[in-house]
Design a protein around this ligand. Structure first.
Ligand code: C2E
Ligand code: MG
Ligand code: MG
Length: 730
């Protein structure tokens, strides 16, 4: 339908006829008067002559206000008698779609009218589909927006403003106004994300908690893409926001169902394992350990049988509540027992977690253990808490429990493994009787008869002279010189060389580690004498002595004798304290260490970072050197976090005024990273493998060249590769 308003009756009639012949319906009239009421509801086109508008419009060529509202979205074709540039310009600026100088070239009129009618129809369809999209968005809780970084204005669809609680009629809000909805602690991350998207022209997606303009707390998900101009500059971020509040709530409900024990409301096994994995990740190669304690009620079956299952359930609830209270009191973050959690502050128990396991078992996670003694203290205190009677089904009764403990990293590196090991320890504790505590003890790889055979072999090894030492140099890379050698035991058993990892544990469990350690001291001292006599300069030799040895006998006497017999200075001997297990008799160990130090023997702590050494322990031991475990060195070049850990250890060693030696250096890259961090003493395959005494001079002669590769003073012979994988000559 076309509405034609023209005071020129003759042209109007002729034009109406032509248009009708072309298939249009035409509503023709002489003036605008009354048009608002008589015209068809939604015409496709208005054709109006400028003269008739001139009478009623405020601006030449624009329709009066009420008509503009009435015919919003309908294209306006202006008719004029002359080509008046100013009038036409004003009309087009005022919203007219096109103009036509009155003509009797009817094909011109038909062409213009056809195009404008099509335009109106397309616009109408567009408006309809926009409306439909807005409704769909509203149903799905989705809205769209454009963010203009230059004006800092957020132009949003009605849907997005409805989500955010703004007046849906608004077309834009300022970034400032939007930020008022976002909690202050999220401002920085949001601004960073937007900045990065603009700077790097990269898409951005984030979840944001906020308070809607109407005060409703909600979470939205925002995903936006940058739009660029012809020069590649980002001019706009265009995106979608989605209200994910309900979805998040549902997820939280499901999570709660999956992670809580329905009887006690405590975290279940699942949740416990997750907390444990988080604690392990937090403690990874730190100075802290993570303890898992499994508690199992003694004779719980009797309660169930004699008082019924309801009373049994009640007992579990009471025990759960009491354990929770006791744990909170013990680990209140006051530092009393030193159990402060990763989430300290957020959790009143300082990150300690209590969970219920299936049956009558509970598990406790202590995430930041500085000293195993702290764990013992917590476990003993929890067990003492069972001294209070419970009232069940009107009767007073006592329950007690046993505990099994496993410690990261000693007993396992994964949450599931630690829990299983604490369980295994619990079996031991149960065997010992009610209210017992057992720590996990690693079983030997060999069992029964095979173990006995190996043990017999090891007993005879010393008499038969089957043990020997290999020597691995450690070097001062900055000076390009040998610092000393470490003596490493080998056992030639039935024709094969057995490395210490396979027999040291057996020797420790059987007590054979003491004669082996003393033999190693004597043998190393004898070898030092032999090198001296042969003119081979070896500044120091280090001997590995297990903590178990220290508890049973002080190695000082043997060291003194070995030094005397071989006419050596005490300073050429060094003892490496190897922590295969926790020092149980600290006083005795400390006394033995002091005796060695007074003698003038050097002391170092081996495998630092993975053993049991806590900070408090470190400061109390009279050691002069830390050997940084090779698992840290392996982290170099693998991750930024790994490098940060190594740097922190080096800084720690420095602040304690300890000498540092990095173990297991295999590549030039690792060595350079260590040098950059300020650690120049290194040991590892890059410089030399453990070799027989006779092969040491040759290994020493290669050291300056190896050090040169690291400091860049010599051209690398081979790229970043360690030595071939053989140990000396067979
Ligand atoms: P440790 O004292 O930390 O000795 C270093 C170990 O790392 C040695 O293994 C050595 O061969 C190895 N190693 C050195 N450089 C590299 C490297 O670049 N890459 C890799 N992958 N490994 C490297 P070994 O000889 O098998 O000794 C293992 C552990 O057994 C020693 O660790 C030490 O704790 C213990 N041990 C060795 N000999 C004795 C001993 O006479 N008495 C006692 N109590 N323990 C000993
Ligand atoms: Mg060692
Ligand atoms: Mg070591």
């Amino acid at each position: 339908m076309i509405v034609l308003v023209d005071a020129n009756a003759e042209w109007r009639a002729a034009a109406a006829t032509v248009l009708r012949e072309s298939g249009y319906e035409v509503h023709a009239r002489a003036s605008l008067a009354g048009l608002a009421h008589d015209a068809p509801p939604v015409p496709d086109l208005l054709i109006v002559d400028v003269a008739s508008i001139g009478a009623g419009g405020e601006v030449l060529g624009t329709l009066p206000r009420e008509l503009r509202a009435r015919f919003a979205g309908v294209a306006l074709l202006l008719l004029s008698d002359v080509y008046d540039e100013q009038a036409i310009g004003g009309a087009l600026a005022g919203g007219a779609a096109d103009f036509l100088v009155r003509t009797t070239h009817w094909s011109l009129l038909i062409e213009r009218v056809g195009r404008l009618c099509r335009m109106t129809r397309v616009q109408f369809e567009l408006a309809t589909s926009r409306d439909r999209l807005a409704k769909a968005h509203a149903l799905a809780g989705v809205g769209t927006f454009d963010f203009d970084p230059r004006s800092s204005m957020l132009h949003g669809s009605a849907g997005s403003f409805a989500i955010l609680g703004f007046d849906a009629m608004r077309a834009a809000v300022s970034a400032q106004e939007f930020m008022r909805l976002v909690p202050a602690e999220h401002h920085e991350s949001l601004i960073c994300a937007v900045d990065r998207a603009i700077r790097e022209a990269a898409p951005v997606a984030l979840e944001l908690p906020l308070t809607g303009a109407g005060g409703r707390p909600m979470t939205i998900r925002v995903a936006a893409e940058p739009l660029r101009d012809a020069d590649g500059r980002v001019t706009m971020l265009r995106g979608v926001i989605r209200d994910i509040t309900d979805r998040q709530r549902a997820e939280r409900d499901i999570e709660r169902m999956l992670n809580a024990d329905p009887l006690t409301g405590l975290p279940n096994r699942n949740a416990f394992l997750v907390s444990c994995a988080t604690a392990i990740a937090g403690a990874q190669h730190g100075v802290y350990g993570v303890a898992v304690v499994v508690l199992d009620l003694d004779r719980f079956a009797q309660i169930n049988e004699s008082l019924g299952q309801v009373a049994g359930d009640e007992a579990l609830c009471i025990v759960g509540e009491r354990l929770e209270g006791d744990l909170a009191a013990l680990c209140d973050g006051s530092g009393g027992i030193g159990v402060t959690g990763a989430a300290a502050g957020a959790d009143p128990r300082g990150g300690a977690v209590l969970a219920r396991l299936p049956g009558d078992r509970f598990a406790v996670l202590l995430p930041q253990v500085r000293d195993p003694a702290e764990v013992s203290a917590v476990v003993q205190a929890l067990l003492r808490g069972f001294g209070r009677p419970l009232t069940l089904a009107g009767a007073e009764c006592f329950v007690s429990c046993c505990a099994g403990v496993a410690l990261y990293p000693r007993d396992g590196e994964a949450a599931g493994v630690l829990l299983a090991r604490a369980d295994a320890a619990l079996v031991d504790a149960k065997r010992r009787g009610s209210q017992s505590v057992a720590w996990y003890v690693r079983p030997l790889d060999v069992h029964g008869r095979a173990r006995l055979k190996l043990l017999n072999g090891l007993h005879k090894a010393l008499e038969r002279g089957e043990l020997s030492l290999r020597y691995q140099p450690w070097v001062d890379v900055a000076r390009g010189a040998l610092g000393g050698v470490e003596a490493l035991a080998r056992w030639q058993h039935e024709g094969v060389s057995v490395p210490p990892v396979q027999f040291v544990a057996l020797a420790e469990q059987s007590g054979l580690i003491v004669p082996i350690g003393e033999w190693a001291i004597r043998e190393a001292a004898r070898q030092m004498r032999a090198w001296r006599d042969a003119g081979v300069h070896v500044p120091k030799v280090a001997i590995n002595i297990s903590t178990i040895h220290f508890e049973q006998r002080s190695p000082a006497r043997t060291a003194r004798e070995a030094i005397g017999e071989n006419h050596l200075e005490p300073g050429v001997l060094e003892i490496e304290l190897t922590e295969s297990c926790m020092v149980r008799d600290f006083d005795r160990t400390l006394q033995a260490l002091h005796e060695l130090r007074d003698l003038g023997v050097g002391l170092s702590l081996d495998d630092f970072g993975i053993g049991y050494s806590s900070l408090s322990y470190l400061t109390r031991l009279p050691i002069g050197k830390l050997k940084v475990d090779r698992s840290f060195v392996r982290m170099l070049g693998m991750s930024v976090e790994g490098e940060a850990v190594v740097r922190a250890i080096i800084a720690l060693g420095r602040s304690l005024r300890l000498q540092l030696v990095a173990e297991g250096v295999e590549t030039i890259a690792q060595a350079r990273a260590l040098l950059d961090s300020g650690c120049h003493a290194m040991q590892g395959y890059l410089f030399a493998r453990p070799v027989r005494a006779a092969e040491l001079p040759e290994a020493i002669s290669r050291i300056p060249q190896r050090c040169g590769l690291v400091s860049g003073r010599a051209a690398p012979a081979s790229p970043d590769h360690p030595e071939p994988a053989c140990e000396g000559r067979p």
